[in-house]
Design a protein around this ligand. Structure first.
Ligand SMILES: Cc1cc2nc3c(=O)[nH]c(=O)nc-3n(C[C@H](O)[C@H](O)[C@H](O)COP(=O)(O)OP(=O)(O)OC[C@H]3O[C@@H](n4cnc5c(N)ncnc54)[C@H](O)[C@@H]3O)c2cc1C
Length: 220
């Protein structure tokens, strides 16, 4: 018999917190090692379709964590949002190559696309990293205190509604477009919706960033 592409193990939920309206952080037992930027597949019942989630916790944290937003009409997220500590879920081994190294990089995220970078902030040497997070407003900038403390002025918030003290009043793409220079020597990591990734990648390439310096994780 052919081995399934993904193997799942049953893990216990340790916590489930609504950290912003309809945005949840789910923590569960971590039986494996992983690299910041990798994803896992999750499902609740054996045999049902899985969904992919970036690991959002640090590589050395006891539990694994994922950050997700609720799709009220979706198949999995409404059920994930109702999980309680002690409940079980089915988790694949971590996989994926959206991982970073010591080279200078800009990390560009919208919404829960923050997840892999949150893991990187909690795991890597971040002295030459800049994180730009786009969201609708104050409530979208979850973990802003931690990120400000870790990255200082290299943590930039872009607020599409204009709300949010100290945030750039506009979308992430507007902030990027307003930069006088985009360093072609930097590496750019993009994570979020397909629309955001396409817009940002086009902008970077049109401003002289080589294609091979742009890496993306699309949450389709
Ligand atoms: C590599 C990768 C990493 C990801 N990481 C994350 C992450 O860290 N955090 C995160 O929040 N998400 C992440 N995602 C997205 C995630 O995998 C799920 O797609 C998302 O959570 C929605 O799952 P769901 O089962 O609730 O919704 P789904 O059932 O997949 O539905 C999604 C939307 O499609 C609509 N829909 C469903 N079926 C139909 C239909 N038949 N006709 C019309 N519309 C329909 C629903 O109304 C809903 O709005 C990632 C995706 C990828 C590919």
């Amino acid at each position: 018999m052919r081995k399934p592409l993904l193997e799942f193990s049953v893990q216990r939920v340790s916590s489930r917190d609504e950290i912003a309206p309809e945005v949840f952080m789910l923590r569960f037992e971590r039986p494996w090692e992983f690299r910041a930027g990798q994803v896992v597949a999750l499902r609740l019942e054996e045999g049902e379709p899985h969904r992919l989630y970036s690991l959002a916790g640090g590589e050395n944290e006891k539990d694994a964590a994922v950050l997700f937003d609720l799709n009220p009409e979706g198949s999995l997220t409404p059920r994930l949002a109702r999980l309680q500590p002690g409940d079980s879920l089915r988790v694949s081994h971590p996989f994926g190559f959206f991982t970073d190294d010591e080279r200078p990089a800009w990390w560009l995220a919208t919404g829960t696309g923050l997840a892999p970078f949150l893991s990187m902030v909690r795991s890597l040497d971040i002295r030459n990293k800049t994180l730009v997070h786009g969201g609708r407003g104050e409530a979208s900038f979850y973990f802003q205190e931690e990120l400000s403390a870790s990255l200082g002025a290299r943590y930039i918030r872009c607020s599409s509604t204009g709300e949010g003290k100290g945030a750039y009043p506009g979308r992430l793409t507007a902030w990027l477009g307003a930069q006088e220079q985009l360093d072609p020597g930097l590496h750019y990591y993009l994570c979020g919706s397909a629309e955001m990734v396409v817009d940002v990648r086009d902008l970077l390439i049109s401003r002289g960033v080589p294609f091979e310096h742009v890496r993306a994780e699309i949450y389709f």
